[in-house]
Ligand binder design. Sequence first.
Ligand code: CA
Length: 228
Amino acid sequence: MSNRILVVEDEPRIARLVCDNLEAEGYRTIHAADGPTGLREARTGGIGLILLDVMLPEMDGFEVCKALRKEGVRTPVLFLTARDLPHDRVEGLMAGGDDYLVKPFHLDELLARVHAMLRRAGWADAPAEGRIGIGGGWVDLLTHDAQGVDGVKETLPVKEFGILKLLIEARGAIVSRNDILDHVWGGEADPTPRTVDNFVVRLRRRFEVDPSEPRHLVTVRGIGYRLK
Ligand code: CA
């Protein structure tokens, strides 16, 4: 996995702060100050992670990400967004983004997210088309399409996809309900751990041969879930 990070950010002060700190951590950085330049740099390959500001001149971060995913570029994207609205999170997920950080962010949190995203071996190891087998079906991490045990192919709803993606990335490790709430629901009002359970029930109906006796989307009592 490349340790080169593309920073697409139009505010020079933030760009410099982020790049300097990433380089101090041993990463190499490339800076782009607008959407089209970011897109061009991202296409060149050899980049391990893209930090993508949402509000950018000429072409916003969502458009850049959408264009990359459409071209089959799977480099993980961490959106830096000034707005913390659920709508933005959903739009970011739909655009093919992988995580979010809301401005103003703490530098420590940014660095922790960057480490974590680069560590997830799943990014690099997934097959080119992004298709991962689950129980009696599969999900495509690139297109969000899935096929369940009934053989029906459809695009997964955003939240179901988000949960599944977290479980896949954990590679068999336990993912807590709180982690799922943080990553998939973010700042949205009023989700409860029970909400997560309801979405997992839906996923089981898709992928488990016997949803009442799940063999793949397994409950870890009192903690969360893991994917076998
Ligand atoms: Ca900006």
